[in-house]
Design a protein. Structure first.
Length: 374
């Protein structure tokens, strides 16, 4: 499909003076990995929510040099290789900025393990806002979004590595002022970049509040991943959000929660929402400040134990494929958005044509990446 017909067949949504253009299902969108963009179809079996490294010291205290990147590389690489050997092809690394995001290290690990790794842009507002940088409090959502869009366009300094999704975090309950600010910034970033929004979410109330705020910004629920949906025990809220079109992510799969997670997936399947479910483990990670990174939870359980359990519970091979390949691809694929705001003809009320500049930006090659200094 050429660009002109691509844009013609794309859905156009107009709301609140904002115009977004979203790729049709048969387009061939791309996804940014730490080694550059890949066609979404090359994503393969994907772990949607894992961590390589986390530093919990807080936004005020975090500085480069708090860990030995070579030691982290040495400790994490065997875990990545193990899960790669089980058939995993992509790992989505969910550590945000000010919590230990290190794209240069991820690029080295990706190269050495053969696993595609995806990093993010955004700020994490959960955990009492300990990881929100101070400057964000005095900025508008638009100003915060400009920072994230800049990372998408020019790469995360000093590496040039581009994010593959937006990661934010909000606490349980109604959104605090700063949490709402981050959600609005994520909405504005999504509208300019097409990146999906993965939000660490305290509970169902916070999930619903985010969905309604996103809608005010004319962001479709399909651009929202409800991260840690397992935090909400009332599963009717999972179904309600899925019904609206959001992604429901059960990402706490561990040795002790295998059965519970099987039950959630089966419940969603029976309700007809398997095509909106994402699964992962929230495993890892090199814990900065602990000797040798502390105890590391590997990434293999989902492939070695959880998928076989799902098959035993009656999931067909095609349904396992939906969970582990197709849903991640559809969730992460860049939505196509115009660079220039389309002009509305005030006489006819119709939109003038939109150029395809953004497509070229998305296709632009990553600048060569270097290892970040810490
Ligand atoms: Zn996590």
């Amino acid at each position: 499909m050429n660009r002109r017909s691509f844009f013609k067949t794309s859905a156009i949504t107009i709301g609140a003076m904002q115009v977004g253009l979203f790729a049709s299902a048969d387009a061939t969108p791309e996804i940014n990995t730490v080694l550059g963009p890949i066609p979404a179809g090359n994503l393969g079996r994907t772990l949607m929510h894992e961590h390589v490294l986390v530093d919990f010291v807080g936004a005020d205290m975090i500085v480069p040099g708090r860990y030995d990147a070579e030691e982290v590389f040495r400790i994490v690489l065997p875990h990545l290789k193990s899960v790669r050997a089980l058939g995993c092809e992509t790992l989505v690394e969910c550590t945000p900025a000010y919590l230990g995001r290190d794209p240069g290290l991820l690029a080295q690990l990706s190269q050495a393990s053969g696993l595609q790794i995806i990093t993010n842009t955004g700020f994490y507002g959960a955990a009492g806002d300990k990881y929100v940088p101070r400057f964000a409090y005095s900025e508008t959502a638009k100003e915060i979004a400009a920072r994230w869009v800049h990372e998408f366009l020019d790469g995360i300094p000093p590496t040039g590595i581009r994010p593959g999704f937006i990661k934010i975090g909000v606490d349980a309950g109604p959104l605090s002022e700063i949490n709402a600010q981050l959600v609005s910034a994520a909405a504005l970033t999504h509208l300019q970049t097409g990146l999906v929004i993965a939000a660490h979410t305290g509970d169902g109330v916070a999930a619903m509040a985010q969905l309604s705020l996103l809608k005010k910004h004319a962001v479709p629920p399909s651009a929202f991943i409800w991260v840690h949906a397992q935090n909400e025990k009332n599963s009717s809220l999972h179904r309600r959000a899925a019904d609206e079109g959001a992604w429901i992510e059960f990402d706490g799969i561990s040795e002790v929660s295998l059965g519970q997670n099987v039950a959630w997936v089966v419940e969603m399947k029976q309700a007809g929402y398997l095509h909106r479910v994402l699964i992962s483990q929230d495993a890892g990670w090199y814990h900065v400040g602990e000797k040798g990174g502390g105890s590391f939870r590997g990434y293999s359980l989902l492939f070695a134990r959880f998928l076989p359990e799902l098959r035993k519970a009656g999931l067909k091979e095609s349904e396992v494929r939906t969970l582990i390949i197709e849903n991640p691809r559809r969730a992460l694929a860049l939505r196509c958005v115009p660079t220039a705001k389309p002009q509305i003809n005030t006489k006819t009320g119709k939109m003038n044509s939109v150029n395809g500049q953004k497509r070229e930006l998305i296709n632009a090659k990553n600048t060569p990446h270097t290892r970040s200094p810490h």
